[in-house]
Write a protein that binds this ligand. Structure first.
Ligand SMILES: [Cu+2]
Length: 352
């Protein structure tokens, strides 16, 4: 693959050099040159313009046909996720319409007014009405999109303390995640990178003397009760990471030396997601297989369950094992969550 790419690049460089030499030749004064474009050449270029227009339209249709089924556009599992999807879809529809029209105009006029012997370009200085129209329309559309985006952003980032969100720390380090629950007091114990003590297994550098830290719980699998607002406080031990939870439409940088935050309310349990083939990634072969055998499975009285798990991923290239830096997220009922939490070890008990 690398060899092929290298050959292609060398080829393009050669073509570029050849073209540059040709321009140099054409620019020579006083020599007659047979390489000046005539009507025939212009016609070919005109048709190539139309050909390219057809090419991008065909590519667009093929892309929709083969790649248009985006589960990540329809399976938002958080309250604000629906707003993010709406914003995304509206932006994409506007871009699609504008792109389709402007590309047509650009290539069609390049074809229509191709060079012809004897044809002279019309001198046309300006037209205020036209300029007004093509300035005002984009201004209104863009302002609308930006204002809508700002309102959505504020809505998402503004954490309503009255809702009493559950405080959870997400801790990033090369190359794994840890989560720290704040316990019954809903306050995280103080933590600092200087307090990390591997001999005592204090991997997050939590302050052992802080009363708020006594009921903290550190885990490697994130559990969330459905319908309960959560606010994540993100920290990083080493380099820049990014906490990315695609199904919840949530992403926030984890920056060494500071605490960042992102809050959301999960709306669909993992178990419910596993029941719905439209919500889980259809691309996974195993799910396609189960979908094929749906009737057979249901007839035998078994429950049809799809392969699915919410994930927390790292979305900043942070080193060699970045691709594998992930943590499983389980969204469950409050009762299931409480039962799971009861089994976890509190921070003081987890120390050596
Ligand atoms: Cu990372």
């Amino acid at each position: 693959m690398t060899a092929l790419l290298t050959i292609i690049i060398v080829l393009f460089v050669a073509v570029a050099l050849w073209q540059m030499v040709k321009i140099f030749d054409l620019a020579q004064v006083g020599t007659t040159n047979s390489q000046i474009a005539d009507d025939h050449d212009n016609k070919i270029n005109g048709y190539l313009m139309i050909g390219f227009l057809i090419f991008i339209y065909v590519i667009t249709i093929l892309s929709f046909w083969y790649l248009g089924d985006l589960p990540l556009m329809s399976n938002a599992a958080s309250e604000h996720g629906v707003e993010v999807d709406n914003l995304m879809i509206i932006s994409m529809v506007v871009i699609f319409i504008v792109q389709t029209i402007t590309q047509f105009l650009l290539h069609y006029f390049a074809y229509k007014y191709k060079g012809e012997k004897g044809r002279k370009a019309l001198f046309y200085a300006d037209n205020n009405t036209l300029e007004f129209i093509w300035t005002v329309i984009p201004v209104i559309v863009l302002a609308g999109l930006i204002i809508y985006g700002l309102f959505t952003w504020n809505d998402i980032m503004n954490i309503d303390e009255d809702e009493d969100p559950m405080v959870i720390e997400l801790y990033a380090q090369q190359f794994n995640w840890k989560a720290r629950y704040s316990g019954a007091d809903n306050v995280l114990g103080k933590a600092n990178v200087r307090l990390i003590d591997l001999d005592r297994a204090n991997i997050l550098g939590v302050d052992e003397d802080d009363p708020n830290a006594q009921d903290d719980v550190i885990v490697t699998e994130l559990h969330l009760p459905v319908g309960k607002p959560v606010v994540f406080k993100m920290r990083s031990q080493d380099v820049l990471h990014s906490a990315y939870m695609p199904h919840f439409r949530a992403q926030m940088n984890c920056v060494p030396g500071m605490v960042t935050q992102f809050g959301f309310t999960p709306t669909i349990t993992t178990a419910d997601m596993r029941q719905n083939p439209d919500m889980v990634e259809k691309v996974k072969d195993i799910n396609a297989l189960r979908l094929e055998r749906k009737a057979e499975i249901e007839e035998s009285g078994q429950e049809l369950v799809y392969e699915f798990d919410y994930l927390l991923l790292c979305n900043k290239i942070c080193g060699t094992s970045h691709y594998n830096m992930q943590m499983k997220i389980i969204v469950e009922t409050q009762e299931e969550f409480d039962a799971w939490m009861k089994e976890q070890t509190t921070f003081p008990n987890s120390l050596n």
